[in-house]
Design a binder for this molecule. Structure first.
Ligand SMILES: Cc1cc2nc3c(=O)[nH]c(=O)nc-3n(C[C@H](O)[C@H](O)[C@H](O)COP(=O)(O)O)c2cc1C
Length: 183
């Protein structure tokens, strides 16, 4: 039997990603757990950002951001970018990260992250606590050993997932899409 619990943001596991934003003059990185895939063609993602974040100001100004996927060996960076603000800290410098020029947006990607998705905001949804930016992925880059013939190949267990307030490993493959229907 299940027992009633508080209705809340219990969806889990979710991605925890580093979103870089701004431009050559002023850039920032923000840790985001409220992110998701929202459309296939064109490929689109959403991120929900509180109005108080410095990154919110930059995304509103430029209409662009980069979603950077985070491997386990960058766990401290993932958490660290979520507890200091770009208003008073250059997070690229603080966490020894490299700004990587993007081909399709003016926001910098994070060179140390294995995958970067270059995004252009198409819709902005004003919610109560957060603003949801719905954005088209207009370009993507991946580390050479994660790319095969132009396609992304994420190795088992490399990326971090987020469950409640815990960072967890993504472990081993249990099955693949539609495996129950395959003969
Ligand atoms: C694991 C984790 C997930 C977070 N997810 C979000 C999120 O989805 N949206 C948000 O607005 N803030 C989120 N935050 C908080 C921001 O990352 C944090 O307030 C950050 O310092 C804001 O930086 P900024 O002022 O440079 O934008 C998260 C923090 C952590 C540690």
């Amino acid at each position: 039997m299940k027992t009633e619990i508080k209705a809340s943001t219990h969806l889990a596991p979710v991605s925890a990603v580093l979103v870089s934003c701004g431009d050559a003059q002023d850039s920032d990185i923000v840790t985001i757990a409220w992110a998701g895939t929202v459309n296939s063609e064109p490929p689109m993602v959403s991120i929900s950002v509180r109005r108080s974040r410095y990154s919110y100001e930059l995304i509103c100004k430029t209409g662009e951001f980069v979603v950077n996927l985070v491997p386990e060996d960058m766990l401290k960076v993932l958490d660290g970018c979520g507890v200091v603000s770009g208003r008073d800290t250059d997070k690229f410098a603080k966490f020894s990260l490299t700004r990587q020029k993007c081909a399709h947006v003016s926001a910098p990607a994070i060179a140390e992250c294995p995958v970067s998705l270059e995004c252009v905001v198409r819709k902005t949804v004003e919610l109560e606590t957060h603003v949801m930016f719905i954005a088209e992925i207009v370009g993507a880059t991946a580390r050479a050993d994660w790319a095969e013939g132009g396609k992304l190949r994420i190795p088992d267990g490399e990326l971090i997932a987020y469950v409640q307030n815990r960072y967890v490993t993504t472990g081993e493959t249990l099955g693949t899409y539609g495996f129950t229907a395959k003969k």
